[in-house]
Design a protein. Structure first.
Length: 448
């Protein structure tokens, strides 16, 4: 039978694995399968990425060039030729799932990948969707398409959903040591999917269906979004009632049960937390169900860059300056520390809002040499060593990379707004920290 033949190839590692999408999810997965002894082909529509990879040049911070070159030596290749999909025994789809301008799911990348697979499919293939999406996607966008072609899931091919859990730059957890959920359309689909993945990810968690697996990923990230919004609101409240929210959170976190620590900041970023809750909210509205928690959390988190600008104005007002005409340096444009990823970074919105207010804005980030502004123009960042901190009216800490010399920055800067409590160990009256700014004495100078 088809199932037995595929399982045998998985077991003896003669299976050929195709990975569609070679970004932060797909490339680490491809390297993991390659290191486990499988033949791996990576597919991407970006010719430059494919050329880089085949030359042994990694553009992903978690994949060293040594790892990539080892994979190449073991047979890994990247290609833009999707006709080779017909040679794959298993195919993992790791493409982006962004939002449209109307904040609704954009599944066009999944649909494009499925179209390519459908064009070059053959019986006996295992297909696994990893892209984060709404419950029902695997059935609607893959199973139904193949059904129209006369392919029966569980007999002619095998289908699973297994949500990615990549955390770029995480020094502890990676593709291989992070537990992974998988749900197949049929029991034998789950069996085959788990059998393949557990060769590289030992801790596989089987669930009853793709829908359950799809929902699990949205729960994970919506949980984070809601709790981040909660502490962001607490930070705003604390500034109002003169309480140090950071100290209060640390105190609360000493409780060994029933509490999980989240910290406030300038907003949420990355490809998951800002987007995934909207997939769930959108799906809920299809059934006339409106999630107040999700929508309120999104509203608060989207508001935070504006709050940063308001706090920047307060800090400047304290020295009788305004945002208009002031020189401001943003420390960090990546969405989190020690990575080069700027996707959905709140720093990008802070940059745009400050410029709208007439502020002269510069950006310093040791991991990001350039980024595109709202109009599509490329903005060059400055090196930390070249930053003359004293020349800026205000320095705003947005992303506390470990390489930032906080003592030197505090010593050289005229005024600092700290959105992440990075300077907590430094006692300095010129440092304003969001979440404990009420203790600062400010002069009521208008910014208008």
């Amino acid at each position: 039978m088809i199932q037995e033949r595929l399982l045998e190839k998985i077991t003896d590692r003669t299976i050929t694995v195709g990975i569609i999408g070679l970004g932060y999810v797909g490339l680490p997965l491809a390297i993991a399968f390659s290191s486990a002894g499988y033949k791996v082909i990576g597919f991407d529509i970006d010719k430059d990425k494919v050329k880089q990879l085949n030359a042994g040049q990694s553009y992903i911070i978690d994949i060293s060039e040594d790892k990539l070159k080892t994979a190449i030596a073991e047979g890994f290749i990247a290609t833009t030729d999707f006709s080779i999909l017909s040679e794959m025994d298993a195919i993992s789809i790791c493409v982006p799932t962004p939002l449209t301008k109307a904040q609704t799911p954009d599944t066009s990348y999944i649909e494009s990948a499925v179209s390519q697979i459908n064009q070059f499919k053959r019986k006996g293939q295992l297909i696994v969707l990893e892209s984060t999406t709404y419950p029902g996607t695997t059935e609607e966008l893959i199973e139904q398409v193949f059904k129209q072609e006369g392919y029966q899931v569980g007999l002619d091919y095998f289908l699973c959903f297994s949500p990615e859990r990549v955390d770029p730059g995480n020094p502890v957890y990676n593709t291989q040591n992070t537990p992974k959920v998988i749900g197949g359309t049929t029991e034998n689909c789950t069996l085959l999917g788990k059998s393949l993945y557990e060769k590289v990810i030992p801790n596989m968690v089987s669930v009853s269906s793709p829908k359950v697996a799809e929902m699990s990923k949205l729960i994970e990230n919506t949980f984070r979004s809601i709790n981040i919004a909660f502490v962001n609101e607490l930070a705003m409240l604390s500034d109002t009632i003169d309480v140090d929210v950071w100290e209060s959170i640390e105190a609360a976190s000493t409780k060994p049960f029933g509490f999980m620590k989240f910290q406030p900041g300038p907003g949420i970023g990355g490809h998951c937390i800002p987007l995934d809750p909207m997939y769930l909210s959108w799906k809920a509205k299809e059934f006339n169900f409106y999630s107040s928690f999700i929508d309120l959390a999104q509203e608060i988190n989207r508001l935070m860059p504006e709050v940063v600008c308001e706090k920047a104005s307060e800090a400047l007002n304290s020295v009788q300056k305004s945002l208009n005409g002031s020189r401001v340096l943003l420390l960090g444009v990546a969405y989190k520390s020690d990575i080069d990823d700027v996707r959905e970074s709140p720093a990008l919105e802070v940059y745009e809002l400050l410029r709208e207010k007439g502020t002269v804005v510069s950006v310093c980030d040791p991991f990001v040499s350039e980024f595109r502004d709202r109009t599509g123009n490329m903005v060059q960042t400055i090196y930390t060593s070249d930053a003359e901190f004293v020349s800026y009216d205000l320095v705003i800490m947005l992303t506390p990379h470990q390489s930032f010399d906080l003592q030197a920055i505090a010593l050289d800067s005229q005024l600092i707004l700290d959105t992440k409590n990075a300077f907590q160990a430094i006692a300095n009256d010129k440092i304003f920290t969001m979440g404990k700014m009420a203790k600062k004495k400010r002069l009521p100078v208008s910014i208008h």
